[in-house]
Design a protein around this ligand. Structure first.
Ligand code: ATP
Ligand code: MG
Length: 577
């Protein structure tokens, strides 16, 4: 049986990516696992797909690496962590219909949570276009639901954007215009383009499914008196709403008389409890965009069906229409890039704070040692495509590495330390450069004796092996003490200083110079649909005492381990390799 086109496509993309990452040979098992990860809905029927997956993998393995790369480039360019792209500055394509000096864009977050990398994508694209055309960027807090919004979140969004270096020309709240928006709502009812509906949710649900109008829509004689009642407080919450007069039988379900206003009793962070009739996003967004002079309204693709409503509202009110541009939502495999998904994790206590390093929030990226410049380049490299595939997290890491590598000190960290005794080694002071090429990063002095720590990961050794202690000397293993298969200690003797290609070259810490360090290492939060209970690994080890003099917030590169940002005394957070 031939595969559905989207499934076939997805499998090809996964297989090509796997192959390109492994010198041109994809592994069927890895491809199957990845596929289930992206399409957990297919888990139960995976058996029927396996032969197809194997045959796709085989056909791809018959291609050359160059052919595979160019095919992946065609099918899913965002999957290629392009070396030259990381090297050069990416840029966005020209904006349709843009006139120099007249472009107005806006970034409209709802202050109902902390900003994440998806918001960074939207805000950076909005800002880049405003700058490209010498125009303006509006930051508009889309705050029309008093039950969800909090001052804390407005502040968090401002802070996140500041950190990113996104500088809006105008900052406003949708709630600033609440009276005006209500006026337009009334006007729309008066014009017969909307009506006050008192039907129950169940009634509307059933009528929608049947494609039939309700009594409130049919009988307009009371529309205006109901409108008065709505605004003078005669209705309670859920007793009446304003609906757009669309078409209950429209193919596009978003046009089946959607809600434009509802009564919400609550304390709004800016307006308190004086406003009760609140517009929905569907109504407030087009009115605000139009009145704010927005020329290019950009939003994510999931709103696609609602574009018709957006323009119909402006049409009926005779308001100017901005151009609408869509791009895909940014998602990463196993990481929820959405406040809606992050908030419950925090509310359930699975995650303690919005800056937990496993989260894709801006505060978490900052805490992990990601820099704004890298996030911006990464976002621009994604462009404004509608591609459904998730970019690899490694692409973001590659941009970040490019920025932090030249400015981070190289230090030694020894995970899960095992003692190394170098018999007969003399005590001395060694001076190590903090960076191989940048002398400005200085150097450090370390007192070494005959006792060291090396990582248990590096103790897969045999007596007689020669290893290089990086930047020090070579030693020859003389004894390995083991218990229950675990190496307890290693003895060696000095064996010269000439570096041989074949020697394992490992980092070390002098026994008299240690600083205990734990490294919080974030892993994917979800494996498929399942919360990963091991998503925050704590790696314990020792580093050099030099570390104690470094400020919190400093990013260092632990040789053969990866980049880490110092979070607090004795704790660092793993950035990436
Ligand atoms: P969330 O699920 O995080 O609440 P949202 O779309 O409801 O998402 P808003 O605060 O309303 O969040 O979003 C503000 C802007 O950011 C919108 O224009 C939205 O399209 C964009 N945006 C939100 N999430 C993403 C994402 N993951 N990728 C790209 N853009 C996003
Ligand atoms: Mg929203």
């Amino acid at each position: 049986m031939p595969l559905e086109e989207d499934i076939d496509n997805l499998i090809r993309i996964i297989a090509l990516k796997n192959s390109v990452e492994h010198e041109g040979k994809a592994q069927a098992d890895a491809v199957i696992a990845k596929f289930i990860g992206s399409r957990p809905d297919k888990r139960s029927t995976i058996k029927t797909l396996i032969p197809e997956i194997r045959s796709i993998v085989q056909s791809i393995n018959n291609m050359s690496l160059a052919e595979q790369t160019s095919m992946l480039e065609k099918l899913a360019p965002e999957q290629l962590v392009k070396k030259q792209a990381v090297e050069s500055a990416p840029s966005l394509p020209p904006l349709e219909g843009a006139i120099m000096g007249q472009v107005v864009t806006r970034f409209p977050p709802e202050p109902n949570g902390y900003p994440h990398i998806g918001h960074a994508k939207a805000a950076i694209i909005d800002e880049e276009y405003a700058r490209m055309y010498n125009g303006k960027l509006i930051l508009r807090f889309d705050d029309t639901n008093p039950l969800k919004e909090k001052l804390e979140y407005y502040d968090a969004i401002r802070e996140g954007l500041d950190w990113l270096g996104v500088k809006p020309d105008i900052v406003k709240n949708t709630s600033d215009d609440i009276s005006l928006i209500q006026e337009y709502g009334r006007k729309l009812v008066e014009l017969g383009g909307a009506y006050v509906c008192t039907c129950s949710q169940q009634t509307m649900h059933d009528l929608r499914a049947k494609g039939l109008p309700c009594e409130c829509r049919k009988d307009q004689s009371e529309a205006l008196s109901r409108l008065e009642k709505l605004f003078n407080g005669s209705y309670k919450q859920n007793e009446a709403i304003i609906r757009f007069k669309g078409d209950m039988a429209d193919q596009n379900t978003a046009m089946r008389d959607p809600t434009l206003f509802r009564i919400i009793e609550g304390d709004h962070p800016k307006l308190g409890s004086k406003i009760r009739v609140w517009p929905t996003y569907d109504f407030a967004a087009p009115i605000e965009d139009s009145l704010d002079g927005v020329t290019h309204a950009m939003r994510t693709k999931e709103y696609e069906l609602r574009n018709a409503l957006y323009f119909a509202i402006l049409d009926r009110l005779g308001l100017r229409k901005p151009m609408m541009i869509e791009f895909s939502r940014l998602e990463f495999e196993g990481i929820p890039v959405s406040k809606r998904k992050i908030k419950p994790l925090i509310e359930n206590g699975l995650i303690k704070s919005w800056d937990d390093p496993r989260l894709p929030t801006l505060s978490a990226f900052r805490r992990r040692g990601f820099v704004p410049e890298a996030i911006r380049k990464f976002v621009i490299s994604l462009g404004i495509t509608l591609a459904e595939t998730k970019p690899p997290f490694e692409a973001l890491e590659a941009y970040n590495r490019k920025v932090i590598d030249p400015v981070s000190m190289r230090l030694f960290f020894v995970k899960d330390p095992v003692e190394l005794h170098v018999e007969g080694a003399r005590a001395m002071e060694v001076v190590l450069k903090n960076h191989p090429t940048d002398a400005a990063l200085g150097s450090r002095k370390i007192q070494v004796s005959d006792r060291f720590y090396i990582s248990s990961d590096d103790t897969n050794l045999n007596v007689g092996d020669e290893i290089r202690l990086i930047e020090l000397y070579n030693v020859k293993i003389t004894k390995i003490e083991r218990k229950d298969g675990k190496v307890l200690s290693v003895s060696a003797m000095p064996s010269g200083s000439e570096i041989q290609q074949s020697m394992p070259k490992i980092q070390w810490v002098a026994k008299e110079d240690i600083f205990d360090l734990q490294v919080l290492t974030p892993k994917q939060l979800y494996i498929g649909e399942e919360y990963n209970t091991n998503s925050l690994e704590v790696v314990k080890g020792v580093t050099e005492s030099f570390m104690s003099g470094l400020k919190h917030g400093t990013v260092v590169q632990f040789v053969r381990f990866g980049f880490c940002r110092i979070d607090s005394d004795g704790t660092a957070i793993f950035t990436h390799r």
